[in-house]
Design a protein. Structure first.
Lengths: 404, 404
């Protein structure tokens, strides 16, 4: 079993990198705070005797030799956060990987296959889109050059930010080859806690569709412009946002729809908005239903824009089909949890994860632990230390098994 | 008659203060660009021999002695603009005032009463609310201390900005007493142009209601949070924005409704918005109808917030009842326009103006000239030079009449 207190202490120290005055964490990808977090984790990797490799997009892999050579069993996740993030999303999977390594080292146990702990760049996609940016490059699903040229929401370029913070490494992208990938993560949703489970055996990740809409109308005077003469970009954005909510209800099932970002220009009380830039995040476990949602949203947006006499541009920020995890691994997560007397439930993941990208190149799976109140991407994100340790115990068992 | 070319040349030179690369003007109140514009106008006032007085809120009055002492006939408007403003809104009334003075000087004409040209601080209300800020203080309808303590949309304090740009003057507030006030302004709406009129005899200003709503919900993960568990501040804001549009249609008549500003926090693609701050601008010539609109908007916002489980705070940024202008003056505007063979129409003003505040302390009226395409608060705002001159001719006649 892992040392839950040691795991907790690393989580707490990592949370100091990018700590917000309100108790949350702001470690947006490739910022100074992200660099501070990276420096900490790389230091811990070296302390544990891991060989650290950093690739050109800033993915970091710490390798522990096995009794034999060959592709390692990899544990990992990410350490970037959203602007108003918590201490567990991503961090838990990486800290648990280190904890597994340290537990094995203390026990004098060397596995047959090598082990690796990785953290991938910009998983959140909050600063640079798409999300799962680093693991997409690692698995050959996003060209390196395109990744490095990506411009973030603040106008910064990923390649320049990597160099600036000293994490544009020289390790070969996509190396080492991976034997199997296991990611421990907080659920970030309400299901496990609400239904009294400790462990989630994650069956797969739902499909994700991110679109940016740019609506261009005509600035005009709020007091003098008759309603019928308006070309109000903000009004069209608001109609689309309320439609997104209705759409989720109409499609039903696992469908979710979110307008997370909306920026008006000039954004003044007495000026009809000239421009609105908004994002729409649509997700569904069922790809056909997701495509239906995309189609209906596109049609509604086009019709509403036309009726208001504004123009509409659409840009895909991310689009991933649902990804199933390797069935034998999902079954092993379930079985190990039962062996450890931990109440376990199979469920899909609502959030995107690096594991879904690794699944393209090796058998991959995920272990979830509950999120208090189902709250995530929020400074109040919380998972009790015994639950974190329970997840790490399952990780330890599964990884040791896979490495023999 | 005035010199239209000279009027035009001053308008163009003033437009260089805060000129935007896109051809528009950004001369938000009490910024460096506003100071540059003020310096220009004060220079012109001095060149014309006016005695310049600046009060504690930055209102500037240039006085020309008459054959007798006593309260002057005042011309004026404002020189601040919105962020994406044009060259005419406000500027025309002030430049025309200078042009009237210069025309009289050339003709060797000294009126019986003194004449004054004034520009009032922050009429737009784009940076500091309420609008008509300076003329409210001038007419005793906003306490000086409250005005100076006002925090703007960018966090700056009006009093500090006044000192910073050197326009916290020492003239007595509300002085000189005013015999009558006449403001020439662009219509900013479509009516005069569409119906083929050159001059608008403004009967009054419609009622204005500005409210800021702050909606506080819960940040959460866009992928994992079931729709029924959301407390989405952005969604509630969008519902209110679309309701505002419906409300204007339902109330009908002159009712307009605008959501010009909306800011989400944290404003990220995959985070359910925790906070939304929005403005609602409601206007109507009929105060009872305007009150009805306010009541219905408040009720809808409260019900929508309650249904989503978010809290709602409301703050009044500005509230002005409809203001009628002095009937004899409105009749004189109409008559003078006819004498000059200028097609004239009586109409209400959709925009707020300093004249409506001056109306509380003296007989006041306004002269409108057409806005091309009805466009204002837009970089493309335009009124042809012969129309500007026509308006200034009416101003010249009316002011000379009132000063005898
Ligand atoms: N796990 C997680 O929060 N990933 C961020 C990408 C997403 O929005 O799902
Ligand atoms: N004239 C003008 O644009 N005034 C600004 C205040 C308003 O929004 O009506």
């Amino acid at each position: 079993r892992v040392n839950g207190a040691r795991l907790q202490s690393r989580l707490e120290r990592l949370a100091e990198a990018g700590a917000r005055p309100d108790g949350g964490v702001n470690r947006l990808a490739l910022t100074d705070a992200d660099r501070d977090g990276r420096d900490l984790v790389v230091g811990w990797m070296r302390d544990l005797g891991l060989a650290v490799a950093i690739d050109a997009v800033g993915n970091v892999v710490g390798l522990r030799a096995g009794r034999e050579d060959g592709p390692p069993v990899m544990m990992g996740s990410h350490i970037d956060t959203v602007l108003t993030g918590g201490r567990y999303d991503g961090a838990l999977g990486v800290m648990a990987g280190l904890e597994v390594i340290e537990t094995l080292a203390e026990a004098g146990c060397v596995t047959r296959r090598p082990l690796a702990v990785a953290f991938f760049t910009n998983e959140e996609g909050a600063r640079f889109q798409p999300d799962m940016f680093g693991s997409l490059v690692f698995t050959g699903q996003l060209p390196l050059a395109a990744a490095l040229a990506t411009v973030g929401v603040d106008g910064a370029t990923a390649g320049e930010e990597l160099r600036r913070i000293g994490y544009a490494g020289d390790a070969a992208v996509g190396r080492p080859e991976v034997h199997a990938y296991v990611e421990l993560h907080v659920e970030q949703g309400p299901t496990l806690e609400a239904e009294g489970f400790v462990i989630g055996a994650v069956e797969g990740v739902q499909g994700i569709s991110w679109t940016e809409l740019t609506i261009s109308g005509q600035a005009n005077h709020a007091g003098t412009t008759p309603m019928r003469m308006r070309h109000d970009a903000g009004y069209v954005a608001a109609e689309i946002a309320t439609f997104a909510r209705r759409l989720a209800g109409e499609i039903g099932g696992h469908q979710v729809a979110t307008v997370g970002a909306l920026t008006l220009t000039p954004n003044l009380v007495n000026v009809v908005p000239e421009r609105a830039v908004m994002t729409v995040d649509l997700r569904n476990t069922d790809n056909a239903a997701l495509k239906d949602a995309e189609r209906r949203l596109t049609a509604f947006a086009a019709a509403t824009a036309a009726a208001e006499g504004v123009t509409l541009e659409s840009r895909t920020l991310a689009r991933f089909d649902p990804v199933p995890f390797a069935a034998p691994l999902v079954a092993r997560v379930e079985a190990i949890a039962r062996e450890l007397d931990l109440a376990v439930k199979r469920l899909p993941s609502g959030a995107g994860h690096d594991a879904q990208m690794l699944a393209a190149v090796c058998p991959a799976c995920m272990i979830f632990v509950p999120s208090a109140g189902g709250v995530s991407h929020n400074i109040a994100e919380y998972t009790a230390s015994d639950l974190c340790a329970a997840g790490a115990d399952v990780l330890l068992r599964l990884v040791t098994e896979l490495a023999e």
